[in-house]
Ligand binder design. Structure first.
Ligand code: AMP
Length: 210
């Protein structure tokens, strides 16, 4: 099964992807993670991506599509993959349909009023784990691997405002794109915990195979 995970910044795509990876053995591909690794490594892609990411804008389509296309040529995706953060606009969705088969789009729908606090309070670990400061009780290291937690450079109020605007104008139209293809599964999160959201997603995915 090949899945696209859709949702506003802070909807919990990364958290759900980690859980889905564990349960279904799907390979997790996050374009944001790939860009951050390139920025850290000082690569040419990282140099291009940084200014866009810092401004809350989308990295140009040619760069992003090439990265995903290339990643999907690796053998490990043959038994199923999950795209987290790609596609983010209609052009990318149409390109993706040319080089891969997508079975389902899981749309994680959250209340916009919760997002600013969620993202600005987010602390992450290089292992992929993500926390909110309100649940850390002052702890500064990862519960899973012990490494130090840090705040993403783009998790600040100005950039989050721009990222939300980018989501509304460019990414949200993908909901209709996948609906028209009969591939959309929407999970309304409300105040649900990550575990509850995960249960809802699994219920919907398992329902597809019956
Ligand atoms: P994320 O980790 O998914 O929140 O992505 C962080 C940032 O990386 C985004 O705000 C964009 O600037 C950039 N980015 C990630 N995925 C894409 C994409 N599919 N297209 C363009 N830019 C992207």
């Amino acid at each position: 099964m090949n899945i696209v995970l859709l949702g506003a910044p802070g909807a919990g795509k990364g958290t759900q992807a980690a859980l889905l990876e564990e349960k279904y053995g799907l390979v997790h591909i996050s374009t944001g993670d790939i860009f951050r690794a390139n920025i850290k490594g000082g690569t040419p892609i990282g140099k291009v991506a940084k200014s866009y990411i810092d401004a809350g804008k989308l990295v140009p389509d040619e760069v992003t599509c090439d990265i995903v296309k290339d990643r999907l040529t690796r053998d490990d995706v043959k038994s199923g993959f999950m795209l987290d953060g790609f596609p983010r606009n209609l052009f990318q969705a149409e390109e993706l349909d040319k080089f891969a088969r997508i079975d389902v789009c899981v749309n994680i729908s959250v209340d916009f009023s919760l997002i600013m606090d969620r993202i600005c309070g987010r602390r992450v670990c290089s292992c992929g784990a993500s926390y909110h400061i309100s649940s850390l009780g002052g702890r500064t290291t990862c519960e899973k691997c012990g490494k130090p937690l840090y705040q993403r450079a783009d998790d600040n109020p100005e950039t989050v405002g721009a990222r939300l605007e980018t989501y509304k104008t460019q990414t949200a139209p993908l909901i209709d794109y996948y609906k028209a293809q009969g591939k959309l599964l929407t999970v309304e999160c409300g105040n649900a915990t990550p575990a509850e959201v995960f249960a809802m997603i699994c219920g919907k995915l398992d329902g597809l195979n019956k």
